[in-house]
Design a protein around this ligand. Structure first.
Ligand code: ADP
Ligand code: ZN
Ligand code: ZN
Length: 677
């Protein structure tokens, strides 16, 4: 029979079936794999030979059956098959890697880890309880909805069949309430609900809120940082239909949900929905496909929708639900002011108007956010005598100076070392940091406002388990006066007392060569602005920039997403960029850039032969990545574009045949709908 195995090889593997019980598609087994054993997933029954165990074929036999019955439904396999096809990734890898580790990796004795039985038994013990219109408890402590929210809820409750919605609601307009009310009613019909959030750190507050409101329903959370047993338990609860609501990060979309009836993708614009290794999928897009396959409604929510989703709503492929006002009475969006750094040159990164605003805000007893998208102390350590800069040995990148632990760290490969006492070139001891990261701004703020409680929120300060929750709890409890952080603080959080937001270091993104940079910057600024003024009282946002005349800022000052989207959309349309064209990139990695380029050139030549007849697919020249070397490996890529998605995929299918036949040392992968160029 055909078995899927997690291996970077395309296709299924054929094994003989030595057992008297019939094999079941969707059942897991242990199969011999070279000298090892691996978990396999029965995918097809094609090669089962009557009576005989297949000795005629010299097949290896399945060694053991792991699941009594079918573990993975046809519905789940349908989504997995779509994902493998669409992203041109090996089906076995997609299928098995979407499962919790315990379900796909054997232990040292080549047996299934005991935690699988534990988790399965745990789910089996839970009462089977499908809710119905009488027996569901009412929502707890819900605020009365405003008319715009009520209209959105009504639409989402009435929706039947595949029906995508875009909930376009300004920050603080109460989108979460809309989801909760719609979910509560859909649960009453016995449906399961999937809620996707872009970041792990948004799951604890969401979980607390959903559990509080939806008493009597089982709400579970799933993300990659859960302890393995907890994740396996959650998986069985959801897959067995015992859990009603799954709150998950992107991997949640690949969890089997037998009673699925409604899908929510919150903060749908967030780039974190894009997986950046392995199968490089976009979870929002898979959520749409999931809803389509399961014939159920899906709602994408955002104050700053992705241009892809915005275009779909303009074309009426998605129905739009608008929330134009903040939900809390008296709450309003902050006034946005630009500080021209040509007139107010910053000292240690902060200009006089910014310092003044921070002081006034502190005096008023309110909290402030200082946002800058760069962690560490200084992005470069330089010698003031000879101009030497600390670079990573393994990457074409500078080492970032982290002052807290006196280290230099590479943000590309993770390499770290102690800060040298003196310049390694000339021996000079006068080394200094060039540029500013969150740690340095934190230090500057502590110096300026000695009595203020400053707290930093970035990937470094939240590395350990529970740290993020602790820091956020402090912020919510009012034990913090100034929050300094990266984009992490801009996302989704419902802070009650932010009176001021300051944005630093935005200029690089204004004139970046990456075509999505303005869209991303605009969303980040709108989102971080959205953390301020969420309760009654006014609030301000100050943006430091050398380019106050940039059109992005006029839209920001007016809180006018539509204006921004319209002008950005027009630029994309004229340039035939996504969402008006479809792209894929072929990446090549090798120790020598020359080999990457040569591989890509050959791929291009072969590709051009394929599409010569059609002329609908365009292949660009291979180029090195902007950070060409990471961890000693050099990287290059080439872009493939088409104005027709079917043409692009037809081309990729043929191209893949050639690519998978290549035997060289160059590692390659294909990325469909890439986001970083
Ligand atoms: P969004 O997700 O749109 O940014 P939230 O759902 O976090 O907004 O809501 C912002 C705040 O408004 C929350 O504190 C929420 O409890 C409150 N809120 C939502 N709806 C209402 C309402 N109808 N009346 C009063 N407060 C509300
Ligand atoms: Zn020097
Ligand atoms: Zn490095």
């Amino acid at each position: 029979m055909d078995v899927l195995v997690a291996a970077p090889l395309y296709g299924t593997f054929t094994y003989a079936w030595p057992f008297s019980d019939d094999p079941i598609v969707g059942q897991r087994v242990i199969v011999p794999w070279g000298r090892q054993k691996r978990v396999g997933l029965i995918h097809g029954l094609r090669a089962v030979v009557d009576g005989d165990t297949g000795s005629d074929y010299d097949l290896k036999a399945v060694e053991r059956i792991l699941d009594e019955g079918r573990l993975l439904s046809a519905q789940w396999r349908q989504l997995i098959e779509f994902a493998a096809r669409y992203y041109h990734h090996p089906l076995g890898t997609v299928a098995l890697e979407s499962l919790p580790k315990a379900l796909r990796v054997l232990n040292a004795k080549s047996e299934e880890p005991v935690m699988v039985e534990k988790a399965r038994a745990h789910a089996d013990r839970l009462a089977e309880h499908v809710h119905s219109e009488h027996d569901s408890p009412p929502m707890n402590e819900a605020p009365a909805l405003n008319p715009a929210q009520s209209a959105a809820v009504a639409a989402l409750v009435d929706a039947r069949g595949f029906d995508p919605y875009l909930l376009y609601g300004v920050t603080g307009s109460g989108k979460t309430e809309v989801y909760l009310h719609a979910i509560a009613q859909r649960l009453r019909r016995g449906e399961q609900v999937l809620v996707l959030l872009p970041e792990i750190n948004l799951t604890p507050p969401a979980m607390a809120l959903y559990q509080k409101r939806l008493t009597g329903h089982r709400v579970v959370v799933m993300h990659s940082n859960l302890p393995e047993l907890a994740r396996t338990k959650a998986w069985f609860e959801v897959a067995s239909g015992k859990a009603d609501v799954l709150i998950g990060t992107r991997l949640g979309v690949l969890t089997p949900m037998p009673r699925l009836g409604f899908v929510v993708v919150d903060e749908e614009h967030d780039p974190s929905y894009k997986q950046q290794d392995g199968m490089r999928y976009q979870a929002r897009d898979l959520a749409l496909m999931l809803a389509k396959q399961r014939n159920c409604p899906v709602v994408l929510g955002s104050a700053t929708p992705s241009l892809e989703s915005w275009l779909k709503s303009e074309q009426s492929a998605y129905k739009r639900l608008d929330l134009t006002q903040r939900a809390v009475p008296g709450a309003s969006l902050p006034t946005v002011e630009l500080v021209n750094t040509a007139n107010f040159p910053p000292k240690e990164g902060l200009s006089e108007p910014v310092i003044q605003a921070l002081r006034e805000n502190l005096d008023a007893g309110r909290q402030a956010i200082v946002f800058l998208n760069r962690r560490g102390y200084a992005p470069q350590l330089v010698c003031n005598a000879c101009g030497w800069v600390a670079n990573c040995e393994h990457c074409s990148a500078h080492m970032v100076w982290h002052k807290r632990d006196m280290s230099l760290r590479c943000h590309h490969c993770g390499a770290g070392q102690r800060v040298p006492q003196a310049c390694v070139c000339c021996g000079n001891q006068d080394l200094s940091g060039f540029g500013r990261g969150t740690q340095r701004v934190e230090e500057v703020l502590e110096g300026l406002f000695p009595s203020a409680r400053v707290l930093r929120l970035d990937a470094d300060s939240t590395r350990n388990k529970g740290q993020m929750e602790d820091l956020l709890e402090k912020a919510h409890a009012g034990e913090v006066d100034i929050l300094v952080g990266t984009q992490m603080i801009s996302k989704g959080h419902d802070f009650a007392n932010i009176g001021l937001v300051v944005a630093l270091n935005v200029d690089a993104s204004l004139y970046s060569h990456a075509y999505r940079a303005p869209e991303r910057l605009f969303a980040q600024l709108m989102q971080v602005a959205g953390r301020a003024g969420r309760r009654a009282g006014s609030a301000r946002m100050l943006v430091q920039t050398r380019y106050p005349q940039h059109p992005l800022f006029s839209a920001l000052m007016a809180h006018d997403y539509v204006r921004f989207a319209d002008s950005e959309m027009q630029g994309r349309r004229e340039a035939r960029m996504p969402p008006f064209s479809y792209q894929a990139t072929l990446r090549a990695d090798h120790r020598h850039l020359g080999n990457c380029i040569e591989f890509l050139r050959n791929a291009k030549a072969f590709g051009e032969a394929i599409c010569a007849a059609e002329g609908t697919v365009f292949l660009c020249d291979p180029v090195p990545l902007s950070v060409v070397r990471v961890g000693g490996i050099e990287r290059a890529q080439m872009l493939v574009e088409s104005e027709s998605r079917p043409s692009l995929h037809a081309f990729l299918n043929e191209w893949m045949n050639w690519l998978t036949a290549q035997k060289g040392a160059v590692k390659w992968f294909l990325e469909v709908d890439p986001v970083e160029l």
